[in-house]
Design a protein around this ligand. Structure first.
Ligand SMILES: [Zn+2]
Ligand SMILES: [Zn+2]
Ligand SMILES: [Zn+2]
Length: 346
């Protein structure tokens, strides 16, 4: 009784599946569904590829494998050992994210998504599935994330900070161009790349402002004000990006800065209202203490209430890092995705 070889129960996210029985008989029925390919894989090498349809396995439709097997007399009368790897030809989303440096050695962190599909199943099986031992979708996604990150890090190191930062569309396009060939070398078509965030350190962000605008020193003060208002924007809970995520160029457009909201703190002794930044009461000189559980800003020293995410005075993130629940990486507070593993954080 010939057996039926078929990928049953494939889920949307499955890219690859290895048929568990490796003893294949001539006359077995191979069923390949729409958007699938079946690759015959033996001793680390991909042989014949089957596309959608119902196939009765014979020496005629397995010419490449037959050539190898035919070294043994009577091979076509007995079952043979072979791994059948099913590949989904649908479009998939992968995630990337890493830390890197630009041409001028500015540190950058980035993350986003890429979309791909298998174009050449036999090449893909040789280079990745078999070649890397990535027989499950999880392992495959892990391999592709690393493969993508490594090449993107190389690419970004050839560009300056102002070239990659703040121009996410162009950066995506540049990354796609640079990675397209690398993907086709492993049998994949890279369909699209989308950056969801690029960040650098505050120091480099400041330098970038000066470099990009090339304004006179008298303008720097105004720009700092604009930057502050950009930071205070990111404090509002409705802001799409958290602290340390992307500050897009449009926030640098001169805009009337809102009237500064100076947070006040009551003196515990005389109840005089003091600015939040004051360390001592300007009325009675009593020390103004941080509320229980409060936290001092690491940048400007302002006392902030417990649980505050951003400094009331300067907007710096206060809970500077959080741990990724998936991979354990230290991540800047407010990030939406782990830059290491791509896990969605909030
Ligand atoms: Zn006082
Ligand atoms: Zn501060
Ligand atoms: Zn993570």
């Amino acid at each position: 009784m010939p057996k039926v070889i078929e990928w049953i129960g494939a889920r949307e996210e499955d890219i690859v599946w290895r048929y568990p029985n490796e003893e294949i008989a001539w006359g077995d029925n191979l069923i390949v569904h729409e958007y699938e390919a079946a690759v015959f894989f033996r001793d680390g090498k991909a042989y014949d590829v089957f596309r959608a349809g119902r196939h009765v396995l014979t020496t005629a439709n397995l010419p490449l494998l037959t050539k190898v097997l035919s070294k043994i007399a009577g091979f076509d009368k007995v079952p043979f050992r072979c791994t059948i790897i099913f590949i989904s030809l649908k479009q998939f989303q992968g995630r990337f994210g890493a830390q890197s440096q630009t041409k001028e050695l500015a540190p950058i962190k980035f993350f986003g998504s890429f979309w791909f599909r298998v174009e050449e199943p036999n090449l893909f099986v040789n280079e990745v599935v078999g070649g890397q031992g990535a027989f499950t979708t999880d392992k495959l996604q892990g391999f592709l994330r690393g493969y993508f990150n490594e090449r993107l890090i190389d690419t970004l190191s050839q560009y300056s900070l102002s070239e990659v930062y703040g121009k996410l569309d162009e950066t995506s396009l540049m990354a796609k161009n640079a990675l397209f060939d690398a993907f086709s070398r492993i049998g994949l078509e890279l369909i699209d790349v989308k950056f969801e965030g690029i960040d650098t350190t505050p120091e480099w962000r400041d330098r970038l402002f000066y470099v990009k605008t090339g304004v006179a020193a008298t303008e720097v003060l105004r720009m700092e004000t604009v930057q502050k208002s950009a930071e205070s924007l990111s404090k509002s809970p409705g802001a799409a990006v958290g602290a340390g995520a992307v500050i897009l160029p449009q926030v640098l457009q001169p805009a009337p800065a809102p009237a500064p909201l100076v947070p006040m703190v009551l003196c515990p002794k005389c109840n005089f209202q003091n600015p939040q930044t004051a360390k001592f009461c300007s009325n009675c000189g009593a020390p103004l203490q941080v509320a229980a559980g409060g936290v001092n800003c690491p940048k400007c020293g302002t006392a902030n209430p417990a649980g505050a995410k951003f400094c009331l005075n300067c907007g710096s993130p206060l809970q500077s890092t959080v741990k990724c629940p998936k991979c354990g990486s230290e991540i800047q507070a407010g990030a939406r995705f782990c830059p290491n593993c791509g896990e969605k954080l909030a």
